[in-house]
Design a protein around this ligand. Sequence first.
Ligand code: ADP
Length: 230
Amino acid sequence: MTQVIQLESVAKRYDSSGTPALGPLTLSVAKGEALAVTGPSGSGKSTLLNLVAGLDKATEGTVSVAGRRLDGLSEHVLARFRREQIGMVFQFFNLLDDLTVSDNIQLPAQLAGTARRKTAERADELMEALGIRKHARAYPGRLSGGERQRVAVARALVNRPALLLADEPTGALDSASGQDVRELLVDLHRGGQTIVLVTHDPALAQACASRTIHLVDGHLALDSQAEAVR
Ligand code: ADP
């Protein structure tokens, strides 16, 4: 089975004293899995996400994503790798308000050097699939929260990343919009997209994830896959 994420004895310390904020942790996520990461505030969820996204480096152990070890990559190579292989979605969308929906979606593809015509085609395809085609020329400020999150998901997928990381993607949404984004994540998982979803919300984890891990004080307190095997 192809592993999209492999963490080997990974630990992260923010200072040299005391126990690590995360780990040591060994964890694999297979292609097509939708993994929810849950746990109380301060349990290490963001730290884990940042390590997997290559936004921060592990103090110990190795992190591999899409078959590539992230430690040792230069910032430049890492930035390109992230752009091409990892799509990220955040609680507050992080869209650019002075670009249209279509241009927001195309931006990472343009940064990756994809030809203008191809990026436009890919954006059209995603807007169609995600039901936001009619907003192509609108600015994000005019959209509802749920629509904005759809735009953010389309932007995250524009380069066909091996991995979609979502950090509390429904955290800023009302319950109807949250439900809408929840259904979108379920559809993406059904379509084979590998997803890691950080959430406080057990209902979101339950609805969207094929597997849940629960962190407590930086340690794996529960892994639903291990439970299933046991
Ligand atoms: P969560 O996302 O589950 O709330 P975090 O990964 O943010 O947890 O935090 C895990 C632990 O690491 C916490 O004790 C937190 O205070 C600490 N921590 C997180 N980021 C930093 C940082 N940049 N510098 C120092 N400590 C940090």
